[in-house]
Design a protein around this ligand. Structure first.
Ligand code: WT7
Length: 648
């Protein structure tokens, strides 16, 4: 049966044009069948990288810990740089940087190799060794990519912290990783303003509990030129320190299972998890998926708009594309600066062929209207990607029509920080597309939708999204907490990794991911833990209790809606709501800022005292309230319902 969804028929199939298919990287319609021999498949894909030592085993499974490419030795930076220097790629643009204020820099593979080697030598001179951690808190500039690759080159694990996080969030992440060095900039640009990154570092460092050599040095890259306070003996200007650094630095041979980086992500508790990715499996996973899903050709200009502070930036801005020798575009700023046509100007100027962005951005462009993309020549585009949250069919169609000119396949890619690589997406030359569906698991990946007992649901039904078997780019563990790794991901369903997502399987076997079922809110494709926002709110001296839920939002996908009760004897005053919002921004960063805060005398709880978020979600969404039989005091609900409108 055809199901209408807005103006789009959910079951409508879109086939990529013949012209596209005949040139596609993957044309074999049996590719998914090939992937059923997972070990053989990933053994074959391992060969796409350069190894110092070959692997003995493709994977070993010591549930829930897996080892990929055991015995193999390689280096991620070597695979992104050195191996491209021998042939014609040496002088190919590796990175095209577009600064927010219009400055521009192009680095060839040779340039990038040189700068990475110099940065690596600088780190070595600061005693950074294999296995050490380095926190990177920077905007989207070439030095950020250079710093990441420099760490990888010497075997130090980078921990990139998104530049939009507050000093306090930064502090938690530096402390957990016990980083020896922090790399930052004086500031960053955002819509013509500057954000004081170095000052945030200064604020974060003094309160860190250091167990071992943590934060001995801070390297500061000059970006905005704003005044900063340099602390003698700790802080170093990059441009000064780099002057004498040698342009050669051997790449450290790493065990495939060694740590490549840590990336913090929100979970269901207040403490962010340090997701650990390792060199071998991760590099094979991102390299394969990047080439096949984005149909990468030598002459492509590939632009992923994600910030390097997120996993998308790690896997599909840096490691995937550079390992494949691609030309990447790195844009520093906002999509509407100085004008709302900025993205299309960048596409036109650089003849971008592949664009990878998020549904929230697409919906924003939709709102601005098609005159902006129309005002530029974006006909160079040949493939479009989407990531971060479900893409609604209307946004899909708009993207397809107004950006892709009805000639570009859209690859809707489902994955997570923890999966490291794309797990479900079309293989664009062979998979027919359905707007809103990420289609099917990538070859060599085994995904299922199961019922609460863990049994696969039949086609046409919904359930929990789980991953059955290990995959190469899977997280190794949660940094310093193997137990949390096992408990969080591998305990709900026996023998499977639980994603936290819910999904539907249609009659054609296509997957439709509907969203998270845990206490995680997806705001503009960014994961916000309800517990983190609640922690930030209850940290405010006047707040007694707080509960947060996600509310559907037209552009952001979801927005944070907070219910707050004040301490005994405190009454609300004008400006309090804003004060609370600002408090959250200070504690976490503006991405966690609640759109709405609703003050209530009490929050709905079960008899055992657990806040019933499900009911709060019904209220926030303005829908019929579900089962209230376990509620301790039904009067609370009536109060909430009656007073919501009054406070709006
Ligand atoms: C969660 C992971 C990995 C990229 C950025 C987000 C949601 C991600 C899709 C998609 C539907 C998606 C899921 C997932 N998600 N991509 N194409 N369709 N949902 O990484 O912060 O680790 O969040 O984002 O809910 O679990 P993340």
């Amino acid at each position: 049966m055809k199901e209408k969804l807005g103006s789009v028929e959910e079951r409508e199939l879109f086939f990529p044009p013949k012209e596209f298919c005949s040139k596609a990287v993957i044309q074999n319609p049996e590719i998914h069948e090939l992937g059923q021999d997972r070990e053989g498949f990933w053994n074959e894909q391992g060969k796409r990288l350069n190894w110092f030592e070959p692997w003995d085993t493709v994977f070993e499974w010591d549930y829930p810990f897996a080892k990929w490419y055991g015995g193999g030795k390689l280096n991620a930076a070597y695979n992104c740089l050195d191996r491209h220097l021998e042939g014609a790629r040496r002088n190919k643009a590796a990175l095209i940087f577009e600064g927010e204020s219009g400055d521009r820099r192009v680095l060839t593979y040779q340039d990038l190799y040189r700068e990475v080697s110099q940065f690596a030598n600088l780190l070595k001179s600061l005693d950074v060794e294999k296995g050490d951690r380095v926190t990177i808190y920077m905007p989207m500039i070439p030095e950020t990519v250079i710093a990441m690759l420099a760490c990888a080159r010497i075997g130090a694990a980078h921990c990139v912290v998104f530049g939009g996080f507050s000093a306090e969030a930064l502090k938690d992440r530096i402390q957990d990783s016990q980083s020896k060095v922090v790399i930052t900039t004086d500031g960053s640009y955002r819509r013509g303003n500057t954000i004081p990154l170095k000052a945030n570092v200064d604020q974060a460092l003094p309160s860190i509990t250091c167990i071992n050599n943590c934060v001995e040095s801070v390297i500061v890259v000059k970006r905005t030129g704003q005044t900063v306070n340099m602390i003698e003996g700790r802080d170093i200007w990059y441009h000064e320190a780099i002057k004498n650094a040698s342009i050669h630095c051997p790449a450290e041979p790493m065990e495939a299972d060694d740590m490549l980086f840590i990336l913090y992500t929100s979970g269901t508790t207040g403490k962010p998890k340090g997701v650990v990715h390792r060199v071998g499996g991760y590099m094979v996973g991102v390299s394969t998926t990047h080439e096949w899903i984005f149909d990468l050709k030598e002459e492509d200009v590939y632009w992923c708009t994600a910030d390097v502070g997120w996993i998308t930036g790690h896997s599909y801005l840096v490691y995937g594309p550079l390992s494949n020798g691609a030309t990447i575009v790195l844009y520093e700023g906002a999509p509407d600066y100085p004008e709302k046509d900025r993205y299309w100007e960048i596409v036109e100027k650089n003849r971008v062929t592949i664009l990878y962005t998020a549904p929230t951005a697409i919906r924003t462009f939709m709102k601005w209207g098609e005159s902006y993309p129309l005002s530029k020549d974006i006909s160079s585009l040949r493939l479009l990607g989407s990531v971060g949250e479900p893409i609604n069919p209307e946004a899909w169609m708009w993207y397809y029509k107004h950006i892709g000119g009805e000639r570009c396949p859209i690859v809707d890619t489902w994955w997570q920080t923890e999966t490291g690589m794309i797990m479900m997406a079309p293989v664009p030359g062979i998979t027919a597309l359905k707007p809103g569906s990420c289609t099917k698991p990538f070859p060599g990946v085994h995904i299922e939708i199961v019922n609460p007992m863990g049994d696969p649901v039949p086609k046409g039904e919904s359930g929990y999204l789980v991953i059955r078997e290990p995959w190469p780019a899977m997280l190794k563990t949660v940094y310093g907490d193997d137990k949390r790794y096992a408990d969080t991901y591998w305990s709900q369903f026996s023998g499977a990794y639980f994603t936290g997502d819910e999904a539907k399987w249609d009659d054609d076997g296509y997957f439709w991911v509907t969203g998270r079922v845990d206490d995680v809110i997806n705001v503009s494709g960014h994961r916000i833990g309800t517990a983190e926002v609640e922690g930030a709110l209850t940290d405010h001296p006047l707040v007694a209790e707080a509960a947060c839920v996600g509310r559907t939002h037209e552009v952001k996908g979801q927005a944070v809606f907070a219910f707050v009760s004040l301490k005994e004897g405190i009454s609300a005053y004008e400006g309090l709501i804003n004060e609370l919002k600002t408090h959250v921004v200070q504690k976490i960063g503006s991405l966690a800022r609640p759109d709405d805060i609703f003050l209530s005398t009490e929050l709905p709880k079960t008899r055992s005292g657990k806040i019933m978020r499900r009911l709060l979600k019904d209220i926030a969404e303005g829908r019929e309230i579900g089962d209230t039989s376990t509620l301790a005091d039904a009067a609370v609900l009536n109060f909430l319902k009656e007073n919501m409108d009054a406070q709006k």
